[in-house]
Ligand binder design. Sequence first.
Ligand code: M6R
Length: 612
Amino acid sequence: MCGIVGYIGTKKASPILINGLLRLEYRGYDSAGIATIEKSGISIMKDKGRVKNLYNLDGIDNLEGTIGIAHTRWATHGKPSKENSHPHSDNSKTFSVVHNGIIENYNELRKFLTDNGYTFYSQTDTEVIPNLIHYYYNKDSKNDDLKLLRAIKSACMDLKGSFAIEVLCKDFPDNMIVVRKDSPLVIGKGENENYISSDIPAILSFTRDFYLLNDYEFVVLSRNKAEFYDKDLKPINKDVKNIEWDASSAEKDGFDDYMLKEIYEQPNAIRETIGAKLNENSKCEFEELDFTKEYLLSLNKIYIVACGTAMHAGLSTRNTIEKLCKIPTEVDIASEFRYRDPLVNEKTLCIFISQSGETADTIAALKLCKEKGAKTLTITNVIGSSITREADYSIYTHAGPEIAVASTKAYTSQVVLLNILAIYFAETMGMTNPCIKDLKEEILNLPKKVEECLKISEKVKDFSKKVYNEKDIFFLGRGVDEVVAREGSLKLKEISYIHSESYAAGELKHGPIALIEKDITVIGIMTDPNLVEKTVSNLQEVITRGAKTMVISNQKIDDTMFEFVINIPNTHPFISPIISIIPLQLFSYYIAKEKGLDVDKPRNLAKSVTVE
Ligand code: M6R
């Protein structure tokens, strides 16, 4: 989704802004632009296409300003074009604004402004913002230091939807004002300088000290300070938060792509996720949680709500929670859940999973559950992300920054953490299940087993070379393997653009088998000892119809039946998705590479989906 960068300090702003935008490229975008305050006023440089195109714009090298704002746009209202790119100005060119999010009432505001003599030059929702600021600025007869802040605040109060905005004003050449609502924005504090970004990694090489903003907190930035105001423009205090990630962990470390690097980081990411929470011989510990035995025993249901891969992490763990805790557990897609008036009350625990912690639908679903009286717990990878500011409880995967759009290490870390959480619930509830001991042992063995599994990389690459030109690929599995089939299929679609479907193997006969014809590729995942025979029979049915099969299994199977067999390390069935997904992550990666595609930034996709 769109990215925001800003700088106010003593250095030349433009290289810092462009560098920051380059670091945000992974979020997905189609145009880019910057605005700086120059001696002659505000200068705007923007165009559609890649950030690096900004280097070719006339006059970019002559920019001397030490204050600037920058943006990568992912088109929502209006096609990718220079006119629709940010920054946008008001008609008088007094203000320059970049914006992330969606202004839902922009038609109404546009009409209001048009009726008041304003003209619009783009098709964006954003262009109403600088003009609305101008409208209030002009109406204000007081000419004091807070005039700009008042105008921005009044404009923001008229906006419906989500926004993170940066504003420059030519009458206040030594300030920048920023504010957010339901869209990420952080401020990095330096020595006589401040950095602004929608994402911490983009400015991590400049500072590790951050101010995290809540909705409707207005910040007046100058070179040596950041002043915070609430909705009523009363000054507020904010603490600086030190972020532990270092910039190098957000770089590629010699790998061709972030995705491959992140796949290989999984053993370590899992180690970090386990941290001190799990110990073979003592109870699981979550110091962030204070759930009592009585509370957990009183629950009538657990909801796990998330989007995309994060939702698959929930599905992968539903069984563990139900088996260990005997609490009915439902998993839902956030964008569906929030609009279906779910049966949630104070006896429901709602868990929200989000790598970025910024996914708009997941955050909205969380807010809904809070309103209905449920306790809310979020599992995220990003400390201080928006969702953590809404949830009653936040626990972190500690997988390190995930840059590639296709989620890999975040998924496996989420599944690890959810399994540990299930054990923690069961132990707190006093449930005794003999499998807990074995499960704990196997979770602690995971980093090693994932390392071992990564060694099959070359074999997967060979198979990918055979099938990268396919039009359709099918994934089959049963139980947790069905969830892995879904996740493998999503990974493949996302980065290789090959049409793929996943099915519960038992459903095959109820329709999908009609699609099976000679030479079609079918991938079977078989890790559950109780279900392996059944899935083998389903694969036999597709082989009979001429399908090529690749099988991923940790069970004893007849290798000769299938074209390709990938043997993976065995583990406890509850956590097998953490291992069985590895060959499928590699499979989608190598197919995309074989096709010469941009693995880290697949078309049409964004890393964090901050709008509905
Ligand atoms: O940041 P989140 O975990 O909330 O993101 C949810 C989905 O957008 C995300 O998992 C998406 O499906 C990934 N691109 C999958 O690889």
